[in-house]
Design a protein around this ligand. Structure first.
Ligand code: GN1
Ligand code: MG
Length: 376
């Protein structure tokens, strides 16, 4: 992975950005796309910053449709921020049009580039280090969901079909075990068995969607902590980023995925499992933040499923990591050969602890609802 972009000048110029490039710096936050911060000087000493990102078109197979989703959603969010008197350049993302009017540029090697406003005076966080931080992330994701509540769901394509369809994720996982393309299955029999034993869990949300008991909403679908930008001064979550998977989904996908990543005492790829624990304290903080923003808009069934969503989304992600390990690391970026296995292990440890603590997690949701006056 290069730390710079060899054809940065050409790419920036395609977006109408001329001037001297002062710096190109890789931002190593995501497992999928290649993201860079670009600083450009206009000659008079004034520096402008941009976020230049190469979309992973192996993962996102219809990038043009994706950009269409993104343009609609960002325009909607921008309007909402404007209406609330917010700072649109810091509280919303904006994809710059290229000179040909398209919101992307494809270079001679076929690489698919976008260019966004750089959210200045803000930072991302890679780990939950306090309940306050997680509560702030939760508020940002809860608000994000409310802002998109009136966005026409039919106008969005599924950028990755069946992204959180756990039944199809389970089938993919099983196929990865059966074909064992990497010849690694013998190194993770225990982890494989752990996932296979939980097949029944995988159909719970799918069935509730089918029966009409859970409503589809416009959701983010990748609500990792580092997809929120926090204000450098106030620490508040000011902008939700990484909008490539905004599409029809369940509120529970967003809640559960945040819990998966954040309600843990260790990093997603911590090798020492003794350090990895589910944190009920962090769970409570997230539930408080999220429900304070979005709780009144949720149905009773959605609220009843919040506790379970954390476990299910963690199981799903663990299966995805383990499946990728078995497939030979073809999806997630990895730094070393067992990286995906290490990630799967942390996820399964969290699943196990969430299962053990499920009554307490459910009671926490009820307590938070009472505390906020949410009665369904
Ligand atoms: C990927 O790109 P990033 O790091 O925000 C993945 C998520 C996983 C996450 C696991 C499009 O998100 O679904 O939950 O890694 N995104 C995609 O850390 O597959
Ligand atoms: Mg991301």
């Amino acid at each position: 992975m290069a730390d710079t972009i060899s054809n940065a000048k050409e790419i920036l110029s395609a977006f109408g950005i001329e001037g001297e490039i002062a710096e190109i710096k890789r931002i190593d936050d995501g497992h999928i796309n290649n993201t860079f911060k670009a600083e450009v000087s206009d000659g008079s000493g004034k520096l402008s910053r941009y976020l230049v990102q190469e979309l992973n078109t192996t993962v996102f197979k219809d990038p043009v449709a994706l950009m269409n989703n993104l343009l609609g959603v960002t325009a909607h969010l921008r309007k909402a921020v404007e209406a609330a008197g917010g700072d649109v350049d810091r509280e919303s993302l904006y994809a710059f049009p290229a000179k040909d009017g398209k919101p992307y540029y494809i270079d001679d090697d076929g690489r698919f580039w976008r260019c966004f406003n750089y959210i200045y005076g803000a930072h991302s966080e890679q780990r939950v280090t306090s309940p306050e931080l997680f509560r702030k992330a939760a508020k940002a994701f809860g608000r994000f969901q409310c802002l998109l509540a009136d966005y026409p769901i039919d106008g969005l394509v599924e950028t990755i079909p069946n992204f959180h369809n756990t039944v199809s994720r389970f089938a993919d996982f099983k196929a990865a075990v059966d074909s064992d393309l990497s010849g690694r299955a013998d190194t993770c029999r225990e982890e494989i068995a752990f996932a296979l034993e939980r097949e029944k869990d995988c159909s719970v949300f799918v069935d509730l969607i089918k029966s009409g008991e859970l409503p589809l909403r416009v959701t983010h679908n990748d609500t990792k902590l580092n997809n929120v930008m926090f204000d450098d001064e106030t620490g508040e979550g000011i902008c939700v980023i990484d909008l490539d998977t905004v599409m029809p989904g369940l509120s529970l996908y967003d809640f559960g995925d945040s819990i998966r990543f954040g309600a843990s005492t260790a990093a997603e790829d911590e090798k020492d499992l003794d350090k990895v624990h589910f944190s009920l304290e962090y769970f409570r903080a997230y539930a408080e933040g999220y429900l304070s923003e979005a709780g009144f808009a949720l149905t009773k069934k959605e609220i009843d499923c919040l506790a379970y969503s954390g476990k299910l989304l963690t199981l799903e992600c663990g299966m995805r990591f383990l499946g990728d390990y078995l497939n030979g690391d073809i999806y997630f970026k990895t730094d070393y050969p067992r990286h995906n296995l290490v990630r799967a292990r942390t996820q399964f440890k969290l699943v196990k602890e969430m299962e053990e603590q499920m009554p307490a997690i459910e009671e926490t949701v009820r307590e938070v609802c009472r505390q906020l006056g949410i009665e369904k």
